[in-house]
Design a protein around this ligand. Sequence first.
Ligand code: TMP
Length: 211
Amino acid sequence: MTRGRFIALEGGEGAGKSTQARLLADAIGARGIACTVTREPGGTPGAEAIRALLLGLEGEGWHPRAEALLFAAARSDHVERLIRPALETGKWVICDRFVDSSRAYQGGAGGLSDADVLDLHRIGSSGLLPDLTLLIEIDPDTAAKRLAARDVAGADRIGGRDAAYHAAVSAAFSRIADAEPHRFARIDGNGDAAAVHGAITNAVMPMLSRP
Ligand code: TMP
């Protein structure tokens, strides 16, 4: 049995990752490849419960280190119960956010070192990395317009942090992608969903043609 491929979508708020994850899964499925779409934080009942603790608006919030531990715990459950078993049975896994979100949000913007975030990932998830990470990048103005339309009831606890925090997130994503060009494809996310999907399909094409 050939192991399935693991593709993550990353980017700041309003980048369109969830829409693109679904479009990509449909395109892969249309080629007869079994494919699972999932998200972080979440994807399993335990990880979804941790998501509610992390993003819910009640309470005083989490210290940055506790926040990083909770993301790592949610990821551990998700990897062990859903992602790894799916890959082992030959399924492809498309994941809306993965460890690079922790490196950008809790690391670059939240103040933890990249080495600490990667240590948590090594302990929780044996350091599993995607075969390909699609970083969808959008201008801050486009992000602001999309979020105003999407988050009419208000942003979640992390999405609602200030502009400086989100600028640090996108700078961190950019640094990580520059440092690991073999794993990352950078996608211009400013166009409409069909144009972004076209760019993603081009980036994924080499994997589809390889056995
Ligand atoms: P979502 O809006 O893409 O569903 O993600 C939920 C929020 O959680 C988003 O603001 C990004 C944040 N997040 C982190 O801070 N660290 C992580 O490791 C992950 C997966 C998400």
